[in-house]
Ligand binder design. Structure first.
Ligand SMILES: C[S@@+](CC[C@H](N)C(=O)[O-])C[C@H]1O[C@@H](n2cnc3c(N)ncnc32)[C@H](O)[C@@H]1O
Length: 256
């Protein structure tokens, strides 16, 4: 019942669709200017976070030292995994690298093309692996996209797929974040809840909301470097060089 004893109006939930891609398109239409479009991320405990969508269009001058260092480590044929609006793809392409921007969001791929990314692939790493493309020398998972490892169960599957797509001496350069470097009681309680459910502490189940749209719920993994090292053990990858800046880090994974 609603207030004053009247029955509550029945409402439909958000429409499941390409919320992230529509958000990027709206932001591009607004000139990718700061303060115009917000990204809303909803976690499955009800916690909601918002951040400026313009950060997906940020030019290299606005990137952290860590992010710039990460880009310098790329070479040869590059797959930008979860490329978003293509800021890293464009940077690497301008430096003469052969880059493919991969994203599951059709509109993110379209935004990449409209901004000048020459090669895009709409779909997952698994979809690309089943198309048997030329092998890649570098995979980049920037903007915290080590999170796409998803969970302890998903990590070996995803890293096997990347290995199938890779040249023998390939490397994967991923950006991640220590989830436990927080004072927030909401996040700490969430880590505890995860452990009670048998999940990794930093395994967040989220969806992106935009207007009346929501993406599907998906798992995104925040792991410490030690947790990452342990996750890599049963995979064809090992932890190579890595650098940290506060809670953020970049890790280079090398083929064994
Ligand atoms: C946090 S954004 C990072 C975007 C970009 N790398 C950047 O730093 O600006 C995550 C991106 O990954 C994409 N994505 C989410 N799940 C994916 C999946 N399973 N495979 C490929 N891309 C995915 C989203 O559509 C989104 O563009």
């Amino acid at each position: 019942m609603g207030t004053q004893g009247k029955p509550m109006e029945v409402t439909d939930g958000p429409v499941v669709g390409d919320a992230f891609g529509v958000m990027l398109s709206d932001c591009l239409r607004a000139g990718a200017a700061a303060g115009e479009v917000l990204e809303f991320i909803e976690r499955d405990d009800g916690y909601i976070d918002a951040a400026d969508a313009a950060r997906y269009f940020a030019p290299p001058e606005e990137w952290s030292e860590l992010e710039r260092w990460a880009c310098e480590q790329a070479r040869g044929r590059v797959l930008d995994v979860g490329s978003g609006a293509g800021r890293h793809s464009l940077y690497l392409q301008d430096r003469g690298l052969d880059v493919t921007a991969l994203d599951v969001s059709p509109l993110a791929s379209e935004v990449c093309r409209r901004r000048g990314v020459r090669r895009t692939f709409t779909g997952s790493v698994y979809d690309l692996a089943s198309a048997s493309p030329e092998p890649f020398d570098t995979f980049v998972l920037f903007g915290n996209n080590l999170g796409l490892l998803g969970s302890a169960e998903e990590t070996p599957r995803l890293l096997d797929a990347l290995a199938r797509l890779s040249a023998p001496s390939a490397r994967a350069i991923g950006q991640g974040m220590d989830p436990y470097a927080t004072e927030s009681p909401y996040h700490r309680e969430y880590h505890e809840r995860n452990r009670r459910l048998g999940r990794m502490g930093g395994q967040v189940r989220i969806r992106v909301r935009h207007r009346n749209l929501a993406t599907q719920w998906f798992d995104y993994l925040f792991a410490t470097l030690d947790e990452l090292r342990a996750l890599l053990e049963p995979t064809p990858w090992r932890l190579g060089d890595h650098r940290a800046e506060g809670a953020s880090y970049v890790a280079i994974l090398e083929r064994r």
